[in-house]
Design a protein around this ligand. Structure first.
Ligand SMILES: [Zn+2]
Length: 406
C-alpha cells in the first residue's frame, strides 16, 4: 500500500485483536486513512466492499496489534559507545542515527517506540522524520530526562538543582513538544552518579509529578534502588523504569519485599528493561570490558528480582533500553521472552507490549489493540503468541498507520 491509497482491505486467517480476546478466528479488516475502520469476523469478504479496493490476503497468519517498546534512546547507537562519544556527535548525525533506529524497530514488529531520553532538538527531529516516512516506527518522546546536577544522563541537557528548576524544565520540554516526562530518581550508568545513590529528594519528585499531571503528560521515572522506588511512589509516581534493587555491594541483597508490595498495592507499573544486561553479556568480554564484569554480577540478580516482583503481583510494561550500551533496536521479542522467563504468563507479556504499554503512555484509545478508530498498526506471525511467544521472532508482515512495510 502506498500513501495514495486511502483504503485497504486485509484478510487475517486468525485475528487476535488484543491479549485478552478468545482464540483468534478469521476476519476481514477495513483500513481507511491509516486507521481501522471496520472488523468483520468470518472468512467471507463483505459483499458491499468493492472488488476494486486494494486487498492484502495474509492467509493463515495470526494478525495482532503492532508492538510497543516503552523504553528506547533513538539517538544512541547501541554499539557500546560511551556517553561522551555519543554527546560529541553532530545534530545531523544524531538525527540520522535515530531515523535509522526507527527503521530497525519497525522491521521487528515494533510500531511505536517511547524515547526515554536524548537531546531535545535531535529527538524532536527524529520524531518528525519518522512520522513522515512510511517504514519507521512511530516515536513518542520525552526530550531530555530531568536529572540532578551532574546526575545520571546529565549530558542530554536536563539538569535541575531544585524543585523550582525541575518544574521549569517540565514546562519547557512540554512546550517544546515532549509527549511525556522522564525523570531520574536514582543514579545509573553515568560516571559519578552510581545507581544506589538518590537522584532527587522526595519533595522534588512530588513537584515533578504535580507539574506533569497539571500539563497532562505521563511521567516515567528511572529507579535503580529500593529507596528511589519508595520515594517515587510516595511522590505520586505510578510508572517506574528499570525497577532494580541495586546496592554498592552488587550482591543482589537489595531486594525489599515491602517495596514490591507497595508497587503492587498502588498499581505502579514497572518497565524492567532486561535487554541491557542480556546484550552486554552477549558481546565478547573483551568488547564489553568493565560493563561486562559489572553486568555478569548484576544480571542474574535482576532476573531473580523481577521474578519476585511478578510473584508480588506488580504489573509490567515492556521496554528494551535500546541504544543504551549494546542494546539493539530489534530486541523487543527477546525482552518479552525474558519477561516470560521471569514467570509472567504469555497473555500478560503480550499486554505489556500492547494494551498496557499503550495505556501507560496515555494512548490506550489510539494504539495497542485492533479496534475501530485505532491507528492501523499490526503485525502478522505464524502462531498465536499466547500459545508460543517465539512467534514474535518470526514476523511475516508489519504495518504502521495502515502502511504495510514488510
Ligand atoms: Zn534508558
Amino acid at each position: 500500500m502506498n500513501r495514495s491509497n486511502d483504503v485497504l482491505a486485509v484478510f487475517a486467517g486468525r485475528l487476535r485483536t488484543d491479549p485478552w480476546a478468545t482464540d483468534p478466528g478469521p476476519a476481514w479488516l477495513l483500513i481507511r486513512d491509516g486507521r481501522f475502520a471496520a472488523i468483520v469476523p468470518g472468512p467471507t469478504r463483505p459483499a458491499e466492499w468493492p472488488a476494486a479496493w486494494p486487498t492484502l490476503d495474509l492467509g493463515k497468519a495470526v494478525v495482532l496489534p503492532g508492538l510497543v517498546d516503552s523504553h528506547v534512546h533513538l539517538t544512541e547507537s547501541g554499539d557500546g559507545a560511551g556517553e561522551e562519544d555519543s554527546a560529541a556527535r553532530t545534530l545531523a548525525e544524531k538525527v540520522e542515527l535515530g531515523v535509522e533506529n526507527a527503521r530497525i524497530a519497525l522491521r521487528a514488529g515494533v510500531t511505536t517506540v517511547a524515547d526515554c531520553g536524548g537531546p531535545a532538538e535531535a529527538v524532536l527531529a527524529v520524531r518528525a522524520r519518522a512520522a513522515a516516512l512510511p517504514d519507521r516506527a512511530r516515536a513518542v518522546v520525552s526530550t531530555p530526562p530531568i536529572t540532578s546536577v551532574r546526575g545520571h544522563g546529565w549530558r542530554f541537557g536536563g539538569e535541575a538543582a531544585d524543585a523550582g528548576q525541575a518544574e521549569e524544565l517540565v514546562a519547557r520540554f512540554v512546550a517544546a513538544g515532549a509527549d511525556f516526562v522522564k525523570v531520574m530518581a536514582s543514579g545509573g550508568g553515568t560516571a559519578g552518579a552510581p545507581p544506589w545513590e538518590p537522584g532527587f529528594p522526595q519533595d522534588t519528585l512530588r513537584a515533578l509529578a504535580g507539574k506533569a499531571a497539571t500539563l497532562g503528560r505521563p511521567l516515567k521515572v528511572h529507579c535503580l534502588s529500593a529507596d528511589s522506588m519508595r520515594a517515587a511512589v510516595a511522590a505520586g509516581v505510578r510508572l517506574i523504569e528499570h525497577g532494580k534493587f541495586r546496592t554498592a555491594a552488587e550482591d543482589g541483597g537489595g531486594f525489599d519485599p515491602a517495596v514490591a508490595d507497595l508497587l503492587a498495592r498502588t498499581g505502579t507499573v514497572v518497565c524492567p528493561t532486561l535487554s541491557v544486561g542480556h546484550h552486554v553479556l552477549a558481546v565478547p568480554p573483551e568488547v564489553a570490558g568493565e560493563a561486562g564484569r559489572m553486568w555478569r554480577r548484576r544480571h542474574p540478580h535482576d532476573l531473580e528480582h523481577l521474578r519476585r516482583l511478578v510473584d508480588s503481583g506488580v504489573r509490567m510494561v515492556s521496554g528494551t533500553d535500546a541504544g543504551w550500551r549494546f542494546t539493539p533496536f530489534d530486541a523487543l521479542p527477546n525482552e518479552l521472552r525474558l519477561m516470560a522467563g521471569a514467570g509472567m504468563t504469555n497473555r500478560d507479556v503480550l499486554a505489556a507490549a500492547t494494551t498496557d504499554a499503550a495505556a501507560a503512555l496515555g494512548m490506550g484509545d489510539a494504539i495497542g489493540r485492533i479496534a475501530p478508530g485505532h491507528q492501523a498498526d499490526f503485525i502478522a506471525v505464524d502462531a498465536d503468541p499466547v500459545d508460543d511467544l517465539s512467534a514474535l521472532e518470526r514476523i511475516q508482515a508489519v504495518a504502521r498507520d495502515g502502511l504495510v512495510v514488510r
